[in-house]
Design a protein around this ligand. Structure first.
Ligand code: ASP
Length: 338
């Protein structure tokens, strides 16, 4: 049987680290090294390995992911795998999902345990990602699945996957929807197909995204938040360079009442998206009264962010601004997310 051609693009991250002379892990390995460490890959696929960068994913930029998306779009392989760090995987996978529409599987994978530790997960995750990319059900449904993340023998949708623990081996999850598939022995067991109407509507509205970086402030609300940073940003010339804001709100879409005035000013100054700090999930729209509950905030002009995690809402807002969409179009687009 002919083996599918799989293109592996390595960005860096723990999966690509090596200990330096003092034993501290540094970015070192390239795509060839990752592939060489898993001889079984060659039996499953014809592998093309490309080292794109050797950086921790905490230092990746939006521009780098846009450049990566262009590379993936140009790849003629029958499946594409990106290896990177885990720290921002939930954001990069989602951005790739917004930018790419491919009929071949596109998968992001990484490692939680570095290669100097007992039982590092990098080789197993890479093998699992290649298995997923070669699997007939995955290949048949590649377009409906969108960009996927493969970690610890589970397959997740890019819009839903989150890093839910800083260090544990099983750090990744899709709490809202559950995994799309599981790996058992050498099989991929399909579990569900993602609902992609919002992704499709978003992609249609975005069109070609070729603008420059658009900084978006992430404003996480906590008990008794005084809002001084928002005030300082709005008072500064050019709003400190921020073009938009995501307000990670409490519960169903609430912020402290003392912020009513500053929230209104924020909404007039730039597209400001309210997103659930609970970590994703649909928010309320018409239950609670008061100036800083959902009804009041929506009236004040804040954009309702839907079910996306605040980190993903920030990615989506950056992408909308980069695409040059006006506020009304951004509000309409976020509305599709629930
Ligand atoms: N800081 C690393 C990174 O995201 C951590 C990891 O890969 O798990 O690149």
């Amino acid at each position: 049987m002919s083996r599918p051609r799989i293109h592996i693009l390595a960005l860096g991250g723990t999966i690509a680290t090596r200990p330096d002379a003092s034993g501290v892990m540094q970015m070192g390995a390239g795509a060839d090294d990752l592939v060489k460490a898993v001889p079984l890959l060659g039996t499953l696929a014809e592998i093309e390995a490309e080292t794109v960068s050797r950086v921790g994913s905490h230092s990746l930029s939006f521009d780098q992911i846009h450049a990566l998306a262009a590379r993936i779009a140009a790849s003629t392989a029958e499946g594409v795998i990106v290896t990177q760090g885990t720290d921002t995987l939930e954001e990069t996978a989602f951005l790739l999902d917004l930018l790419l529409e491919r009929d071949v599987p596109v998968i992001v994978t990484a490692a939680m345990r570095n290669p100097s530790l007992t039982s590092p997960d990098g080789p197993g995750n890479l093998l699992a990602a290649v298995r997923v990319a070669c699997d007939p059900w995955i290949r048949d449904h590649a377009r409906s699945l969108g960009v996927m993340a493969v970690m610890l023998d589970e397959v997740y949708a890019a819009a839903d996957v989150i890093k839910a623990h800083p260090t544990r081996l099983n750090a990744f999850a899709s709490p809202q929807t559950g995994p799309l598939a599981a790996l058992v022995e050498d099989r991929v067991v399909p579990l569900s197909l993602p609902v992609r109407d919002a992704v499709a509507a978003t992609r249609k509205r975005l069109g070609k995204v070729d603008g420059t970086a658009q900084p978006v402030a992430l404003l996480w609300m906590g008990l008794d938040e005084p809002g001084r940073l928002i005030d300082a940003m709005l008072g500064a010339s050019d709003h400190l360079g921020y073009r938009g804001a995501v307000v990670a709100a409490m519960g169903g879409g609430h912020i402290p009442e003392r912020l009513a005035e500053v929230a209104g000013r924020l909404a007039s100054a730039m597209p400001a998206v309210v997103s659930p700090r609970a970590g994703g999930g649909p928010m309320l729209r018409q239950t609670y009264g008061g100036p800083t509950s959902e009804i009041g905030l929506r009236k004040a002009g804040l954009i309702w962010g839907g079910r996306l995690h605040p980190l993903k809402a920030r990615v989506l807002l950056e992408t909308c601004l980069r695409a040059g969409l006006p506020r009304a179009a951004i509000a309409e687009l976020f509305d599709a997310w629930g």
